[in-house]
Design a protein around this ligand. Structure first.
Ligand SMILES: [Zn+2]
Length: 375
């Protein structure tokens, strides 16, 4: 894609085939846009031996009092979409004509290990949006998860074990209801490191790294618009603007005002997402709003793009968890199918989906820049 072409490219042009390509495209676009780049190397490697890194591109003054920040890859594999949005915005000239008091801070691949290995979770099987809890306090309990864990992670992944798994889920739903099932599996759990939606037993590498980036890149700002890009929940191609704060909070009102759009609060039960504890966004808001003597305007939302039906997404996550916890390695023929399936539920490689995703992101982000200009 060149800078003069329209943004709605073919999906094949828009989405990278792997993490290393996505990273290289992002860094090239950021460099061309005049960005200052900082790499935060991850201690592990990707499946092809490639380097992993959380990369920060800052465009604009070091002491900018207003910052617009976009994060990709909080959930690893969802980074294909977020990375494409970041790169296309840079190539499309978002940084051109930026006001003198405003900077862009793009954080690429919050979870580079999951991105490269095709997983939603990180190197420790941790769901990063369950990992930003206070580990010195009692952790959120999720007793219902224990009832499902053994069924969710069978020793073998065969037709028979998948049928048995489905029956266990149906039994649970029959006695407890669909919502209790969704809550049990997806709100997070802190007791089964090999299980689904595991929140961890301490702050992960990504958690510690991004908190340090918050201090240097975001905390000095007086006004902040922050977007975290996700995929896998909601109606195909529709991007829900999702906030973790209560609908009566100032940050929520600011999001409504700046984006001029429907914002859903996970606390109000109106979102496609459950009310999850320990999200990165919530940690950022807590950090920046609870500092005595500092007044800041902070708008922080996720854009959550719908892909496939929830049952398909759930099945792909269960298979992928089995593969990495109990499978025979990524060269196994069964592994190839499982990795293709998980990519296909977090990224729709079709032109119309790519176009919808980008159009919404660009609209919201340009509105946020207008909001910042008035802040
Ligand atoms: Zn996500």
């Amino acid at each position: 894609m060149t800078m003069t072409e329209p943004l709605n490219q073919k999906a094949s042009d828009y989405f990278s085939p792997d993490y290393a390509t996505a990273r290289a495209r992002f860094l090239t676009a950021a460099r061309k846009a005049g960005g200052a780049l900082t790499a935060h190397p991850h201690p592990l490697k990707g499946p092809g031996g490639e380097d992993l890194s959380m990369d920060v591109a800052r465009i604009g003054p070091i002491h900018a009092e207003k910052v617009l920040s976009i994060i990709s890859g909080t959930h690893g594999i969802e980074g294909y979409c977020g990375s494409a949005i970041q790169t296309a915005l840079l190539e499309g000239g978002l940084a051109d004509g930026l006001p003198a008091d405003t900077a862009l801070v793009f954080i690429h691949a919050l979870n580079p290990h999951g991105f490269a290995w095709g997983r939603r979770v990180n190197e420790d099987n941790i769901d990063l949006n369950r990992n930003f809890v206070d580990f010195n306090a009692p952790l959120p309990s999720n007793e219902d998860y224990a009832l499902l864990h053994d069924a969710l992670l069978p020793d073998e992944w065969t037709q028979a074990t998948q049928t048995a798994l489905l029956e266990s889920i149906l039994d649970f739903v029959k006695t407890r209801g669909q919502q209790a099932y969704v809550d049990a599996v997806s709100t997070g759990q802190y007791t089964y490191p090999k299980g689904l939606f595991f929140g961890g037993h301490g702050p992960s590498w990504s958690n510690k790294t991004v908190r340090a980036i918050f201090e240097t890149e975001l905390a000095p700002a007086r006004a902040l618009a922050f977007f975290d890009i996700h995929t896998g929940l909601g109606e195909r191609g529709m991007g829900e603007l999702l906030s973790t704060v209560a609908p009566d909070s100032p940050s929520f009102a600011l999001a409504q005002q700046w984006l001029g759009a429907d914002i859903r609060s996970t606390q109000a039960g109106t979102s496609v997402s459950a009310d999850v504890k320990g999200s990165m966004k919530a940690a950022l808001i807590d950090r920046l709003t609870q500092e005595p003597g500092r007044e800041r305007q902070i708008m922080a939302v996720s854009i959550e793009y719908g892909t496939k039906p929830q049952s398909d997404v759930g099945a792909a996550l269960m298979a992928d968890n089995w593969l990495h916890m109990k499978g025979k390695g990524l060269d196994d023929p069964q592994a190839v199918a499982i990795k293709q399936a998980i990519r296909s539920v977090f990224l729709i490689e079709e032109d119309d989906w790519a176009g919808m995703v980008h159009e919404q992101a660009e609209r919201h982000i340009r509105n946020a820049l207008k909001g910042l200009a008035s802040a």
